[in-house]
Design a protein around this ligand. Structure first.
Ligand SMILES: NC(=O)c1ccc[n+]([C@@H]2O[C@H](COP(=O)([O-])OP(=O)(O)OC[C@H]3O[C@@H](n4cnc5c(N)ncnc54)[C@H](O)[C@@H]3O)[C@@H](O)[C@H]2O)c1
Length: 445
């Protein structure tokens, strides 16, 4: 039986594991398997990433170069652009991007490209797992027919499952090995084999009855965050209108020991997951004539936050009798969240673009992001890339307004407050007692 054969290879650590796509998800995963004694091979289209891994260097903050080097030197980890080596793998895990098209529809072209490579190299005895976030039905409606076009049969020749990734970049407490893993196979044998594989690297595996349940569970997790952040953002705008401190309100509500979970407002949502994943769910819902209204509403509220931040800057400057046009604005942080270097979908880009379109002279400081570029812009000719400036006293003093967009840890906020005339804080970064003695005028989200 194919299941028994694969599980036996896994339990004896003789299964060779292939990971397609060595990004934020795939690289930690491949490193984890290599660290547990498996032979892991990463398949990448980006030659630079392949060269870095094979030279024992990491390009992802959460993965230490020493780990890569140890595993690469020990022959347990290698990266390649040669997809014919997929044939040598017993388990293949797909970790490629799942972006949205400009129309906000799912773009599963990367999954299809990876599946095409697997199809060309599929042989009897392989376990295929999709980890990329996607709409319910992708594994059994899209991947399965492609793989069966080879003439090989599910359960008889190969196994197929979905297991969503939950990695949270830069989370000091939760890494791949201690985040419970949900596993759903297209068949029971597929679930059992995939669960056996992940049990080798993850403390807790939660098996579900189908790939669709696993796909939907991942989308529920991220939609839950998008909707609740939307609620917090709406509350922030409401509190601004009523002149109430949002953060104090949330702190007070969070003292309730049951029935409340704090979510926090911000300049908008970013990253590769929360802004995108709910669209995968609502798209699939539409195919079935269902209108997912919470998702639409959260998207509307969250996507308006950059506009609200610009309004706060404008209100602040107005009190100083200054116009937006010609004002010098310094952003602190452009990454989509604290202490990371990722600017994908970052609301900072939209804030910068909107400020520039009003004629502001925009600069930014981000210790993690040396440069940002802009694809879509509101301002004609306003899309020039920007480089991070040094956070010198002169730079802070010269700004008409400083906007805290990302609350990175290693910023000297008390110093910013002693030097800047006006600070817009979108993250409650100025939450120390020192805030009360500050000379700067502070506008909080
Ligand atoms: N980053 C996160 O925090 C996170 C968390 C949970 C789930 N996810 C999901 O995991 C998936 C991967 O996300 P990511 O953040 O790792 O993306 P990423 O962009 O960091 O990495 C994807 C990698 O795949 C490579 N790639 C693209 N097409 C390929 C192909 N055909 N063959 C081989 N390699 C290919 C790219 O070069 C890139 O290195 C997405 O579906 C995402 O939604 C991401």
């Amino acid at each position: 039986m194919i299941k028994t054969e694969i599980i036996s290879l896994i339990e004896n650590k003789r299964a060779r594991v292939g990971v397609i796509g060595l990004g934020y998800v795939g690289l930690p995963l491949a490193t984890e398997f290599a660290g547990r004694g498996f032979k892991a091979t990463g398949f990448e289209v980006d030659e630079n990433k392949v060269a870095e891994i094979n030279a024992g260097r990491s390009y992802i903050g959460d993965v230490a170069s020493e780990l890569i080097k140890q595993s690469a030197d020990g022959g347990r980890l290698a990266a390649t652009t040669d997809f014919t080596q997929l044939r040598d793998c017993d388990a293949i895990i797909i970790c490629v991007p799942t972006p949205l098209r400009k129309t906000k529809e799912p773009d599963v072209s990367y999954i299809l490209a990876a599946a095409e490579d697997i199809k060309k190299n599929l042989r009897r005895g392989q376990l295929i797992i999709l980890e990329s976030t996607t709409y319910p039905g992708t594994t059994d409606e899209v991947l399965l027919p492609m793989l069966e076009e080879t003439g090989l049969k599910l359960d008889e020749d190969f196994l197929l499952a979905f297991s969503p990734e939950r990695v949270d970049p830069d989370n000091p407490k939760f890494k791949t090995h201690n985040i419970p893993k949900v596993v759903g196979g297209v068949t029971n044998d597929s679930t059992a084999a995939a669960a056996a594989l992940y049990s080798e690297i993850v403390k807790e595996v939660h098996s579900v009855s189908s790939a669709r349940v696993a796909e939907a569970a991942k989308l529920l997790e991220n939609t839950f965050r998008a909707v609740n952040i939307g609620m917090a953002n709406e509350m922030a705008r409401l509190c601004y209108a009523l002149n109430i401190d949002t953060w104090e309100v949330i702190r007070a509500a969070a003292t309730k020991p049951f029935g409340f979970m704090p979510f926090y407002p911000g300049p908008g949502i970013g990253g590769h997951c929360i802004p995108l994943d709910p669209h995968y769910l609502s798209w699939k819902a539409r195919q079935h004539g269902f209108d997912s209204r919470f998702i639409g509403l959260a998207e509307e509220v969250n996507s308006r936050m950059p506009e609200h931040v610009v309004q706060l800057v404008s209100d602040g400057l107005n009190q100083d009798r200054k116009a937006m046009n010609g004002a010098r604005v310094l952003l602190l942080g452009v990454a989509y969240k604290k202490d990371i270097d990722d600017v994908r979908e970052s609301p900072a880009l939209s804030v910068i673009d909107r400020l520039r379109s009003k004629g502001c002279d925009v600069r930014y400081h981000d210790p993690h992001v040396p440069q940002v570029s802009f694809d879509d812009t509101h301002s004609p000719g306003g899309g020039d890339p920007l480089s991070s400036v040094e956070l010198s006293d002169e730079e802070i003093k010269a700004a008409d307004c400083v906007v805290i967009v990302t609350n990175h840890s290693n910023i000297d906020y008390p110093r910013v407050l002693t030097l800047a005339p006006l600070v817009v804080d979108t993250r409650n970064a100025l939450n120390g007692d020192w805030r009360k003695e500050s000379a700067a005028r502070i506008i909080r989200l």
